[in-house]
Design a protein around this ligand. Structure first.
Ligand code: G3P
Length: 228
């Protein structure tokens, strides 16, 4: 499974990239607003992210357009910013034809806010390069997000779509990830990607038994070096 980072924070992206594990970046309007950025700086900020991660690492930039025509126009503009920009569109009646048009122009779309296998199948059929089912938001309403993700992965992987196959797409991005357990469960069911906020990514690095093991080594090594 590939790891994407779900943030627009440049320092977090730099740090995750330095670990050598980063295969992509996803942003959304909320994540951008958390950086304190304003509208005028939105596109330059996306370009900065693209430069940090390099041209082969996809960076999802979300369109806030509401009509099909505006989504297509904004999608073209975003895609022209850098070769690794992926246009992020929420699943809706307006975004399906926009996705279809952008895909026919070779522009990659990440279809987001996906909560059902039916939505995911439509996204794949319309030509989405990536499909982002949300997990944590089901948990927020006491439903099983992992179970819903399993439906999406199984349904989408049952078929071929004639889009992005040479790139191995469409790929499923497990989104709204909150915990290492979400990451593990997504990997066990064969989801292609997990996009993980930096705090959750850091939790994935650690384990209480690793920490305990390190303490033990440090204590015993102090005996070896005579510093105990
Ligand atoms: O990738 C989508 C993500 O940013 C949403 O996460 O935690 O707001 O449900 P969350």
């Amino acid at each position: 499974m590939k790891f994407f980072i779900d943030t627009a924070d440049l320092d977090e992206i730099k740090q995750a990239a330095s670990w050598g594990i980063l295969s992509g970046v996803t942003t959304n309007p909320t994540l951008y607003s958390r950086t304190g950025g304003k509208l005028a700086d939105f596109e330059p900020h996306m370009v900065k992210i693209c430069q940090i991660v390099g041209k082969d690492v996809p960076v999802s930039a979300e369109s806030t357009a509401e009509t099909t025509e505006d989504m297509i126009a904004e999608g073209r503009r975003l895609a022209a910013l850098a070769p690794n920009i992926v246009v992020k569109l929420p699943i809706c009646e307006e975004s399906l034809p926009a996705t279809h048009q952008l895909a026919s122009e070779g522009i990659r779309v990440n279809m987001t806010l996906v909560f059902s296998a039916a939505q995911a199948l439509l996204a794949a059929r319309a030509g989405a390069r990536y499909i982002s089912p949300f997990v944590g938001r089901f948990d927020d309403i006491a439903e099983d997000g992992i179970d819903r993700l399993n439906d999406v992965v199984t349904a989408v992987k049952n078929y071929e779509y004639g889009y992005w196959e040479q790139e191995g797409g469409p790929e499923i991005i497990t989104a709204s990830v909150r915990t290492p357990n979400h990451v593990v469960k997504a990997a066990l069911m064969g989801a292609d990607i997990a996009t993980v906020p930096f705090a959750a990514l850091k939790k994935c690095v650690h384990h209480p038994l690793t920490d305990r093991g390190l303490e033990g080594f440090a204590k015993d090594w102090a005996k070896v070096t005579g510093q105990a």
